[in-house]
Write a protein that binds this ligand. Structure first.
Ligand code: HEC
Length: 196
C-alpha cells in the first residue's frame, strides 16, 4: 500500500511538471461558456466514478477516485483544452495539487462571503480576465459544495468512514481537508485559459 502510494505520488509530480508550461494554447478571447461546460463534464465524470466506487468497494476504494482519477481527469482535460484545469481548496488535503494561488484564494473568500450573505453554493461561480506578469488569462472558478457522500472522507471526526480514516491519516499527515458538514464550501474547480 505504502509503495503504491509513493509511486502514485511521483507519477502525480511528473504529471504536474509536464502540465505546467508550454502545452497551454492561447485563446483569442475568453471562453466562459466552454469553461462552464468543462467544469460540468469534470463534475459529472468525478461524481459518476465516486458513486460507482462507493457502491462496489466503499470508502476504501473510493479514495482512489479522489487520489488518482481526479488528477488524471483534470490533467487530461488540461491537455485536451490547452488550459489549466484543477481543483483547489482553502483547507487542502493534498498541498501538491490543491493549493490555491492568490486569485483563487480571493475567489474562495468571495464565495464564502456570498454564501454567508445567503447565495446558494450550487452553481456559484466567478469569471474574470486577469493580467499576470506572464500574460493575460481568463480565469473561472466554480464552487464545490459538500454532499453527504463526501463526509466519508471530508466530514467531521465522527462522520469519517472508519475504512477511510487510517488510509487518510497515513497518506496525508498534514490533512486539512476534514471537519466539513453537508452544504459547506469544500473547494472549487478552477480553469485558467491563456489569452493571446
Ligand atoms: C473515499 C474518500 C473520499 C471521498 C468520498 C471524497 N473525497 Fe475528496 N479527496 C479525497 C482525497 C484522498 C483527496 C486528496 C487527493 C490528492 O491526493 O490529490 C481529496 C481531495 C479533494 C479535493 C481537492 C482539494 C484538496 O483538499 O486536496 C476536493 C475539492 C475534494 N476532494 C472534494 C470532494 C467532494 C466534493 C466530495 C464529495 C462529492 C469528495 N471529495 C469525496 C478523498 C475523498
Amino acid at each position: 500500500m505504502r509503495r503504491q502510494w509513493q509511486l502514485g505520488l511521483s507519477l502525480t509530480l511528473l504529471g504536474g511538471i509536464g502540465m505546467a508550461g508550454p502545452v497551454l494554447a492561447a485563446e483569442a478571447e475568453p471562453k466562459p461558456e466552454q469553461a462552464r461546460q468543462t467544469v460540468k463534464a469534470l463534475m459529472d465524470e468525478l461524481s459518476g466514478e465516486l458513486e460507482a466506487a462507493m457502491a462496489s468497494g466503499g470508502p476504501a476504494e473510493a479514495i482512489d477516485v479522489c487520489v488518482e482519477r481526479a488528477p488524471e481527469i483534470t490533467a487530461r482535460l488540461s491537455r485536451e483544452k490547452g488550459w489549466r484545469v484543477t481543483r483547489v481548496s482553502d483547507q487542502v488535503r493534498d498541498p501538491l495539487l490543491g493549493m490555491p494561488d492568490a486569485w483563487e484564494q480571493r475567489t474562495l473568500a468571495q464565495f464564502r462571503a456570498r454564501h454567508s450573505d445567503g447565495e446558494s453554493l450550487k452553481g456559484m461561480s466567478r469569471g474574470e480576465v486577469v493580467s499576470e506578469p506572464n500574460g493575460d488569462y481568463y480565469r473561472y472558478m466554480q464552487a464545490i459544495p459538500m454532499q453527504k457522500v463526501c463526509t466519508n472522507c471530508h466530514g467531521t471526526e465522527d462522520e469519517l468512514a472508519p475504512a477511510a480514516r487510517e488510509t487518510l491519516a497515513e497518506r496525508y499527515p498534514h490533512d486539512e481537508g476534514t471537519g466539513y458538514e453537508v452544504g459547506d464550501l469544500r473547494g472549487a474547480f478552477s480553469i485558467k485559459q491563456p489569452l493571446e
